[in-house]
Design a protein around this ligand. Structure first.
Ligand code: ADP
Ligand code: MG
Ligand code: MG
Length: 251
């Protein structure tokens, strides 16, 4: 993927009765190779934006568009978006019993590859072991049911494990830093940084500037009340840490 363009996006929760918009005109363009961060207070629509980009059917687009290389993806399913290179590390990854972490990740990797290019079990396990080491995760994490009984920090590391194995074109990382101690934060950040390059773009969502000391973004946006109200470079994140969100005026 070259570019994702979010144009005047309005989004509401899907319900029988029409709901008020949570996103109220979001504009954002991310080009291949760029890392963008979105910061903003709680309840502002950051997770709604990430879920909507990925195609979560619980949200309905009430206006605007999302274009991947110039083509609208609003009618595409989550699977189709994943095959097009999109990946979401969820803020609250659900537990799934009955499928192991390794099985889940291998299915996710293979669903994004052509039928004649499926990764075999041995190659997959070798690479998975390497990535588990890289993230300082115990080897048995691969054999456990997906996210079942994982601690908060383990869940976040596991999202990055998926990222490293799947190698998406655009990774949306929704509060990947929440609940991490400083050592885990460094490991997670190093994992994301190891993906950086001309083929990889990312949208990093966070409350805190701290993560952005480790993964330095190209562009920082501030979101408030369902809109992006300010855009700047990495210094904007530092300024926010000083002033807080209240000083930034949205309506
Ligand atoms: P953030 O990620 O910035 O904290 P969210 O996108 O999670 O914000 O939420 C924005 C607003 O939309 C909140 O008021 C939240 O309660 C509401 N909201 C989000 N998802 C749902 C949902 N599935 N059902 C009902 N309300 C929702
Ligand atoms: Mg929140
Ligand atoms: Mg959120």
């Amino acid at each position: 993927m070259e570019t994702i363009e979010i144009k005047d996006l309005h989004v509401a929760v899907r319900a029988e009765e029409p709901q008020p918009d949570i996103l109220r005109g979001v504009n954002l363009t991310i080009r291949r190779g760029e890392i963008h961060a979105i910061m903003g207070p709680n309840g502002t629509g950051k997770s709604t934006l990430s879920e909507t980009i990925m195609g979560n059917p619980n949200y309905v687009v009430t206006g605007g568009d999302i274009l991947l290389d110039g083509t609208s993806i609003l009618d595409a399913t989550v699977d189709e978006r994943a095959r097009a290179g999109l990946f979401l590390a969820m803020q609250y990854p659900p537990a799934i019993t009955g499928i192991t972490n390794a099985e889940f990740i291998r299915a996710a990797v293979n669903s994004r590859r052509a039928d004649d290019d499926q990764i075999g079990v041995m190659d997959f396990m070798d690479e998975l072991d390497e990535r588990l080491d890289q993230l300082k995760m115990p080897g048995d994490m691969a054999d456990r049911y997906l996210n079942a009984g994982f601690s908060g920090g383990e869940k976040k590391k596991n999202e990055i494990l998926q990222l490293l194995m799947i190698k998406p074109g655009l990774a949306i990382l929704d509060e990947i830093d929440s609940g991490l101690d400083i050592d885990a934060l460094r490991i997670v950040a190093a994992g994301v940084n190891s993906m950086r390059g001309p083929e990889f773009s990312s949208l990093i969502i966070t409350h805190y500037q701290r993560l952005l000391d480790y993964i330095v973004p190209d562009v920082v946006h501030v979101m408030k009340n369902g809109r992006i109200i300010e855009t700047g470079g990495p210094e904007l994140a530092k300024q926010l840490e000083q002033t807080g969100y209240e000083q930034i005026q949205g309506d």
